[in-house]
Design a protein around this ligand. Structure first.
Ligand code: SF4
Length: 616
């Protein structure tokens, strides 16, 4: 423990972010340990502590007696200032040991705007930020999470990427590390070569990337014959038997999600063409109602939380939803434990569900139609009709609700101004539904329209698309603001500059690493926070590093172009994504997986999959 720490803690905001010692944290005796892992979340404690993925991996690794996984969160700027002033390197919560003394330092990269913060944590750990500059006696740096599906913009900073679900993969990775350390064959070079043979691990230093004059990729090849041309993602085959954290750490300070997060299933049957999660988490694998109920009871016993959130990408598609809520309500109702069902689709919203689940009655209602005209909804394959939405809000109003939140997106491929104007029209229709119900709710109607900007994402049917340029996104936001005249409708829009930066990194390649390094060196971090996001500064960084952001964010790519993320195989085939992209331009929909398999290819990954036909 650093001698100044206690006095420093008195001088920074929310010292509980840094103390550790919470109920449920895992402490081990170092002499029993063969591999120490510092698990870094590149954002604040309050956010990291709420991330189910981090809870899962922390628990799965600590299931192993000789592996000790500890938590590390990004220090807020006031703490960072003190750390640099008193020369205190980044430390882990459990042992307070310095991160640079660990064997493996793992990062969970959840969103592109966390990159500078992640690199800053490496720097605060007193490690060289570039993988090529780190020596054998320094930890192995691994990264995973959703951003690892296009790891290229940060490839130069990490030794290896874990692609897909890590619960089993990270244990295998640590076991290999222990084996090579024990049998004396460990050096980083040989270790990483061996790691490249494990399924689901991408070692960027083992691939050569060449570029054409115009900046597109000419070739992307493994350096050696034993290194896979493509890295196939890992999935957990059976969620009913795999590890799930039932004794989460109880935070000292309030965190973003301070409740039981109960994962119901992974993947999504829908196939919305802009949605990366809907593609990369395929195929769908469900937990049965008994497993869910057992896990909920265990977590309740270990935490006393009075809210349970059933998490998934689309809860209404969970085939055991009614059986599970019946089982849960049997004991949660008497204990006054709230059940919440985020991500309900309008076309599955029923009176039965509303009557059954208290929180649905209590809280506001949120639907994500994303687009308004049927033409555009078909183009993005939302498979939702205006009538579905109006039925759902009518039910809600009849059930006593008065607040409705609707999520839309601007800048979608094929979008017209008629589509945008339609948002104002639909919101008005929702208000009108309120005045049609015979017995109106006590509270006056309020409809919130929240509009984000489309960001083209890797491994989706829209991965080749360019984002609207900044001015056009702005013009569309102003156009909609002028169309929404009803005072009962509130209009929120996302800052287009943030979405533009996200698009640059979302579709970026390795050339972006110098911009990230330069930005971090010049004090940029916490880009996902309004108070630290500085668009103009980023444009200066790009100029300084001869990076043209339009090339990444706005340029439409051709189907035969080598994509920076082509080295990652998510199971869903490129041909399927191309056919879905073409269908979008004809506003042709694809049935969901429950209705009919459309042959995306994800079933080749196997597992206890719910809807997929067995792969041949
Ligand atoms: S293989 Fe078929 S059923 Fe399975 S996820 Fe793909 S489209 Fe859906």
């Amino acid at each position: 423990m650093y001698k100044n720490l206690s006095s420093i803690l008195k001088s920074v905001s929310k010292p509980g972010r840094y103390t550790g010692g919470e109920y449920g944290q895992i402490i081990k005796d170092k002499k029993d340990i063969n591999c120490r892992i510092a698990f870094c979340f590149p954002d604040l404690y309050e956010i990291g502590m709420s991330n189910l993925g981090v809870r899962l991996l922390y628990g799965a690794l600590n299931q192993e007696n000789d592996i000790w996984c500890e938590r590390v969160y990004a220090p807020w700027t006031d703490m960072e200032e003190k750390m640099r002033q008193y020369d205190i390197p980044l430390w882990a919560h459990e042992s307070k040991d310095s991160v640079k003394d660990f064997d493996i330092v793992a990062f969970s990269l959840q969103y592109e705007l966390c990159y500078t913060t992640a690199i800053n944590m490496i720097d605060l750990a007193k490690l060289p930020i570039y993988a090529a500059d780190r020596t054998d006696d320094m930890p192995v740096l691994l990264a995973g999470g959703p951003c690892a599906y296009n790891p290229e913009p940060v490839a130069d900073f990490f030794d290896v990427f874990s692609i897909g679900e890590g619960e089993e993969a990270l244990v295998e990775f640590s076991r290999l590390y222990i084996k090579m350390k024990k049998n004396g064959t460990y050096n980083k070079k040989d270790f990483l070569r061996e790691v490249s043979h494990l399924k689901g691990f991408y070692v960027p230093s083992l691939y050569d990337v060449e570029y054409n004059e115009d900046g597109t990729i000419k070739s992307f090849e493994p350096k050696y014959g034993d290194v896979p041309k493509k890295v196939e993602k890992r999935i957990i085959a059976d969620l009913n038997t795999s590890y799930f954290p039932t004794k989460p750490i109880m935070p000292f300070i309030e965190v973003v999600h301070d409740r039981i997060m109960l994962e119901t299933f992974r993947g999504c049957i829908r196939g919305c063409r802009f949605c990366q999660a809907g593609m990369v988490f395929r195929p769908v694998r469900e937990k049965n109602a008994q497993t869910l109920n057992r896990q909920a009871k265990e977590i309740y016993e270990n935490t006393g939380y009075t809210e349970i959130s059933l998490t998934s990408l689309s809860i209404s598609d969970y085939s055991c939803l009614h059986e599970a809520t019946d089982l849960l309500l049997e004991w949660t109702n008497p204990k006054k434990i709230n059940l919440s069902l985020p991500s309900l689709r309008a076309d599955s919203f029923t009176k039965e569900l509303m009557d059954k689940v208290s929180s649905i009655r209590q809280s506001g209602l949120t639907f994500a139609p994303e687009a308004v005209t049927q033409r555009l909804r078909d183009a993005i394959n939302k498979n939702l009709y205006e009538e579905d939405l109006l039925n759902a809000v009518r039910l809600a109003f009849e059930g006593g609700k008065s607040q409705v939140k609707l999520y839309f997106m601007n800048g979608l491929p094929t979008e017209t101004y008629e589509d945008i104007e339609g948002i104002a029209v639909l919101a008005k229709h929702v208000v009108d539904e309120y005045y049609k119900v015979p017995i109106r709710p006590k509270k006056p109607v309020s409809v919130t329209v929240s509009v984000s900007c489309f960001v083209p994402k890797p491994h989706t049917p829209f991965q080749w698309e360019g984002q609207d340029d900044l001015q056009l996104l702005r013009d569309k936001q102003i156009f909609l603001a002028e169309k929404i005249t009803d005072k009962k409708i509130r209009y929120n829009w996302h800052e287009a500059k943030v979405s533009r930066l996200e698009a640059v990194f979302s579709k970026g390649n390795r050339k972006l690493s110098k911009a990230i390094a330069y930005a971090q060196k010049n004090g940029m971090r916490f880009d996902a926070w309004d108070e630290y996001f500085d668009y103009d500064k980023w444009m200066q960084v790009f100029a300084k590093c001869s990076i043209d952001p339009d090339f990444y964010a706005n340029r439409k790519m051709s189907y035969d172009e080598i994509l920076p993320w082509d080295v990652i195989d998510i199971g869903v085939s490129k041909n399927f994504l191309i056919s879905e992209n073409k269908k979008a331009y004809k506003s042709k929909t694809t049935p969901n997986c429950k209705e009919k398999c459309s042959g995306c290819g994800a079933n080749k990954l196997g597992g206890d999959i719910t809807w997929c036909p067995k792969a041949r």
